[in-house]
Design a protein around this ligand. Structure first.
Ligand SMILES: [Mg+2]
Length: 451
């Protein structure tokens, strides 16, 4: 039985919903849709009397569903949408098999990162109880840092990047696979010079693995930090990449801060432009310091623990706080990937348009439905994204993750088109919005029950 979809009053899309009728499997109508006065696509079936179940043929449903699914696409967040902690959302697996069987285009757009896309594919398959041989998840994973695959090859070949995250060595290996030839981790730096971090450290655990600095570079502690006559073998970092939530905030903030105050990214130097009030941002980050890229700004995420946990965004807030304190209030200048940022949605959109890869012409999309649990990232990003080809992105918020209605917060800060119980309901709602009534039972039926 379908549960009720609850619409947010004043939603950005202005959609007005009605409670969904309760259908059993195959009791469906294939009513066509109309467009609302505000231009938002509203299924007439939500407003009209549903056909008598006896008049509906299953074949018609499959046909209409197939046509609708071939014209739209889905972007699924993973954590809090497809599973909660280690528990898969009931029916999610069957629903994915169903839309795959109907040739729907979809990607998994997660702010997770720090690992390879294939590792995420394997872990998601396992959590959903799917075989890795099934062509349902493979090659559809977009992690927070996946858009870096498309970065300039020359820069990746010639530059040196500092990379950090939950497992820096894993992140480095993935970065190498992306084409970053010189990727340095914080562990490499404290291995090269233990004066960088004069405290007990995690060299027996988190920082156990390290590599020599590239090209024989060193981290010297005898440099005059204000001299511009920097030794040729001094380590210079060209980009700072934070791939996901670091575990060793203390070391990472120290090293990142060192680079942000440096002269042109040479570790151990200090820029004489710092604090110069005649320069923009009082001279901070105005001397060729490496740009900093953060792959995910989610402050919170949902696990099996009852209270939301800190994500990479919390680390960034800590870094901003230290930066403000040490610079007299300067703003930390950085770039971000992941949801809700346009770059990530554009990358996902292009992947959906080029769904089949080589040999398949771009098929235009009528609409893309973003299904997420986090208003600040999933919903905000979809609401704000307006691709050049005019495709509409529609946000659907599920109740199985980060967002919970409370007495203090009745509505999410970024309002979705609709709030539904879970991801299966989200697809049912999207199909209804396309003018095709499908039930939860139809979507979540196991394959042997498909007709
Ligand atoms: Mg999530």
């Amino acid at each position: 039985m379908l549960s009720r979809c609850r619409l947010i009053p004043g939603s950005q899309l202005g959609f007005v919903a009605q409670p969904s009728p309760a259908f059993s499997s195959f009791r469906v109508s294939a009513t066509r849709s109309s467009t609302s006065k505000r231009g938002f696509h509203v299924a007439s079936s939500l407003r009209e009397k549903i056909q008598s179940p006896s008049t509906v043929k299953q074949g018609a449903v499959n046909g209409d569903a197939h046509k609708a699914l071939s014209e739209i696409a889905f972007a699924f967040d993973i954590d809090g949408v497809l599973y909660q902690g280690s528990r898969p959302i009931p029916g999610a697996r069957e629903m994915l098999r169903k839309i795959r069987a109907h040739d729907a285009r979809y990607v998994f757009l997660t702010n997770g990162g720090g690992s390879h896309e294939d590792a995420k594919f394997r872990s998601l398959s396992k959590r959903l109880g799917m075989s890795e041989d099934e062509d349902v998840i493979r090659n559809r994973i977009i992690l927070s840092h996946t858009p870096m695959r498309g970065w300039d090859e020359q820069m990746k070949k010639q530059g040196t990047v500092l990379i950090t995250g939950s497992h820096p060595e894993t992140a480095r290996r993935v970065a190498n696979e992306y084409g970053f030839e010189r990727a340095v981790t914080p562990a490499d730096i404290i291995e090269a010079n233990d004066k960088v971090y004069p405290f007990d450290n995690l060299r027996e655990s988190l920082h156990k693995e390290s590599r020599p600095l590239p090209d024989g570079k060193i981290v010297s502690n005898t440099i005059d930090p204000y001299s511009k006559d920097v030794p040729a073998n001094a380590l210079k970092i060209d980009q700072i990449l934070v791939w996901n939530d670091p575990r060793d905030w203390s070391l990472d903030i120290q090293v990142i801060h060192d680079l942000l105050i440096s002269h042109r990214g040479y570790l151990g130097t200090i820029s004489d432009k710092n604090g110069n009030s005649s320069l923009p941002n009082n001279g901070w980050q105005q001397d060729g310091q490496p740009p900093i890229w953060i792959s995910n700004l989610d402050l919170l995420w949902k696990t099996e623990y009852p209270v939301n946990r800190f994500g990479t965004g919390a680390f960034v807030e800590a870094l901003k706080g230290v930066w403000a304190a040490s610079t007299g209030g300067a703003e930390l200048q950085f770039s971000a990937l992941g949801k809700p940022f346009r770059h990530t949605y554009q990358y996902a959109h292009d992947r959906l348009l080029n769904h089949r890869g080589q040999g398949d012409k771009k098929r235009p999309l009528k609409r893309v439905y973003m299904i997420g649990d986090n208003p600040e990232s999933d919903i905000r990003g979809a609401n704000e994204f307006a691709p050049d080809d005019g495709t509409q992105w529609i946000s659907i918020l599920v109740k199985t993750g980060v967002w919970k209605e409370t007495a203090a917060q009745r509505e999410p800060r970024y309002k979705p088109a609709v709030v539904v119980d879970d991801v299966v309901e989200a697809i049912a709602w999207a199909m209804r919005n396309e003018g095709v009534e499908v039930t939860r039972d139809w979507l979540a039926a196991s394959e042997e029950d498909w007709v």
